[in-house]
Ligand binder design. Structure first.
Ligand code: SF4
Length: 702
């Protein structure tokens, strides 16, 4: 719409997986600000600082505007024609020598169409399943565990369904800082359910909403996060003991006979094995290892099982462990035995980090899944060959976490990175730096000269979300169409244009005439997207939630209502072995964890370039408890050396009671120093996710 000479163009925020709707304000062809969208189902008129300042990236002076080729004395600009020819030549070479010495990193910042083309380039052109993206680092355990157990790798309920829950169990997740758009709904639910005066006002305004007073928030997190301070029950467990905590809750529910017998009998398989596996599980011991009083664990378990419907929200505090897949499974078990799934207010909600991480997974930008979550194997390769009309590799590709180990050994010749910054996001900064320097040829396609781009041989200037058309899928499976609003700066091109230029140079057919044609193919290939069209997305501006099997289907806000998409329609309960994943020693008496701050985002490539966000926080800090600070005789802003078995760095201290004694926290957005210079290379064998959380550490006072 137009107002006072400015145009308000609808799009979504480019940052987190909440996918808040925003208007970009355009005046005289330039974007000059952001306005909220009051009736958007996620943002509902409220944006966090990242969304508010997102427009500042559009004409940022540091944007890349020309292709750059590394020469002896640094980068030199070259033409697009030269750049595309070089890439095509490198692809031809690696395809001939050994396709598995190539690796493509796709991006959750890019559209579905771009991710689809990137994985198709790997599979059908180069001939390898060596394709991955940042989901390997955040929710790959979710994909493995939820697919295996529920038949679908996604958040089961919608964000605004939180108001239907009576209990929220939030574990390893801090929505107040990670997804403020979602947290707002939790706070709205709290007001609706708990405050008599607010509920009177709401009842007058919305007479159809029933007032409830028994709304409970249970938060399990080693830190007293901004979310935890709103909890009715805060289980401040020791990092690395999540499996003991969740299994203890499961055992208590079984022992108190609080299971939903009808649900378990009719809709699940495996309950007896679960009971057997927990027969000798000692809840007193679990209380000791988790450092959470047994009474509190019992209260949490009983509340979750009885004050229904209950929804579980979890994030990377669960997934980024060596047993990440098992932990997701343990949470699913909890939901299944209590029948807390497939209903309004009852679900299992893995909250995705980046704007399109759900979509990038749906599109198959994963080394172990073709599009539509078809596991990579000979049988599914045949299905893909039929759909694509060309040969498809049937061996699983390397996880990106495995690829870095191969690269260190000099076994990767060609690496093509679209919109990711692995030098900062992967664990082991110096290890990744060494690996990058052993790769023969690296292409980085991005909007800024990121830390990784500085190590590349060829840098391609790409475009931001507001400079291209395509679809993005938020964490609640909402597919939204974004339109091109402004042109990219200089010679920068959209990622889809760049990929199509490469396709053309290599003579690959079909030649797509832009994102809409690519989406038409996606609809054919990814069953959950069958009924979604660009036309429908234009008339449903706030998107359609998959699965959407046909063009008349309205989309699916809640999954698994009648049955699970497994071969027999039942969910799998799979026992989980308890494990303590981090132990302190005399040499390393602390446990280091990391996470997000509200004003920054992932490796900070975008937010560290926005002054207003930098003013809120601008460099790495080590958060330490007042008790530990006193023991070490430290004052706020002292500089110490943080040491782990993987490395050491100097870092400024901040004293805060948000961490308990023995636990240290560093945010993961900054370069000075990067938190990943002290993380290691242990991975979860089932999903390939690296263990970022729970690193033994020591502090050397300088
Ligand atoms: Fe953007 Fe996420 Fe903030 Fe919404 S909550 S404005 S999507 S960063």
């Amino acid at each position: 719409f137009k107002l006072m000479g400015a145009e308000f163009k609808y799009t979504i925020c480019p940052f987190c997986g909440a996918g808040c709707g925003i208007y970009l304000i355009v005046k005289n062809g330039a974007v000059v600000g952001v306005e909220r969208v009051r009736d958007h189902p996620v943002s509902a008129g409220v944006l966090c600082p990242k969304g508010v300042y997102s427009w500042k990236l559009i004409r940022h002076p540091e944007r890349l505007t020309q292709p750059l080729l590394r020469r002896e004395r640094g980068f030199r600009p070259i033409s697009w024609k030269q750049a595309i020819k070089i890439i095509a030549e490198k692809i031809r070479e690696v395809r001939k020598d050994d396709p598995n010495r190539a690796y493509l990193l796709s991006s959750a910042k890019c559209t579905n169409e771009e991710n689809y083309l990137m994985q198709k380039l790997a599979r059908t052109v180069i001939g390898t399943n060596n394709i991955d993206h940042c989901a390997r680092l955040c929710h790959s355990p979710t994909v493995v565990a939820l697919l295996r157990s529920l038949g679908s790798a996604a958040m089961t309920n919608s964000i605004n369904d939180v108001v239907n829950a009576k209990t929220l169990f939030i574990i390893g997740y801090n929505p107040a800082e990670s997804h403020p758009g979602l947290f707002r709904h939790i706070m709205a639910a709290r007001i609706k359910h708990s405050s008599p005066s607010a509920s009177r006002i709401l009842a007058a305004k919305f007479p159809s909403i029933k007032h409830e007073t028994r709304f409970k928030i249970i938060v399990a997190d080693p830190r007293k996060t901004r979310t935890a301070i709103h909890a009715d029950l805060h289980l401040q467990h020791r990092p690395g003991t999540d499996s003991y905590l969740i299994n203890a809750m499961t055992k208590i529910i079984i022992d108190h006979d609080l299971i939903d017998k009808e649900f378990v009998e009719n809709r699940t398989i495996g309950y007896e094995e679960l009971v057997k596996s927990l027969k000798d599980f000692n809840i007193e011991y679990a209380s000791r290892v988790t450092n959470v009083p047994l009474k509190l664990i019992e209260e949490a378990a009983i509340t979750y099982a009885t004050n229904k419907p209950s929804t579980i929200y979890y994030g990377m505090g669960i997934t980024q462990h060596r047993n990440g897949t098992a932990l997701v499974q343990a949470l699913v078990n909890l939901a299944l035995i209590t029948g807390n799934i497939g209903k309004p207010g009852a679900g299992v909600c893995p909250v995705r980090g980046q704007a399109n991480v759900q979509g990038a997974c749906d599109m198959g930008a994963l080394s172990d899944f073709y599009p539509g979550y078809r596991a990579v194997n000979p049988e599914n390769a045949k299905i893909m060959e039929k759909l694509w009309g060309t040969k498809v590799p049937e061996e699983k590709g390397m996880y990106s976490s495995e690829m870095w180990l191969e690269a260190q050994l000099g076994k990767i010749d060609f690496l093509y990175i679209m919109g990711e910054n692995p030098l900062l996001s992967e664990p082991g900064y110096y290890r990744i730096l060494r690996a990058l320097r052993r790769i023969d040829f690296i292409v980085v396609q991005d909007i800024f000269l990121t830390e990784t781009a500085r190590e590349a041989d060829l840098v391609l200037p790409a475009s931001l979300w507001a400079e291209k058309t395509g679809t993005m899928t938020n964490t609640e499976r909402r597919v939204q169409l974004i339109d091109k609003i402004v042109d990219p700066p200089g010679e920068a091109r959209s990622d889809i244009d760049i990929l199509l230029m490469i396709y053309k140079e290599l003579g690959i057919t079909p030649l797509y005439n832009g994102p809409k044609e690519v989406f038409e193919e996606i609809r054919r290939v990814v069953p959950a997207y069958h009924g979604i069209t660009y036309e429908r997305l234009i008339s449903n501006r706030y998107g359609i939630q998959w699965p959407c099997p046909d063009e008349k289907h309205p989309g699916t806000p809640i999954l698994h209502v009648e049955k699970f998409p497994t071969p027999d329609g039942r969910a799998r309960i799979i026992p989980v072995k308890p494990e303590i994943t981090v132990k302190t020693t005399k040499d390393y008496p602390y446990i280091l964890i990391n996470g997000r701050l509200i004003s920054h985002y992932n490796t900070g490539t975008m937010t560290r370039r926005i002054l207003e966000l930098l003013l809120k926080e601008s460099s790495s800090i080590l958060i330490i408890s007042p008790e530990d600070a006193e023991k070490l005789n430290l004052l706020d802003r002292d500089v110490v050396e943080l040491e782990t078995p993987y490395g050491k760095e100097r870092i400024k201290v901040r004293i805060s009671p948000e961490v308990p004694p023995g636990v240290l926290f560093v945010p993961n957005h900054f370069v000075d120093p990067p938190v990943n210079s002290v993380t290691g290379d242990i991975i979860d064998q089932e999903s390939g996710i690296p263990e970022y959380k729970g690193i033994p550490a020591r502090i050397n006072v300088l």
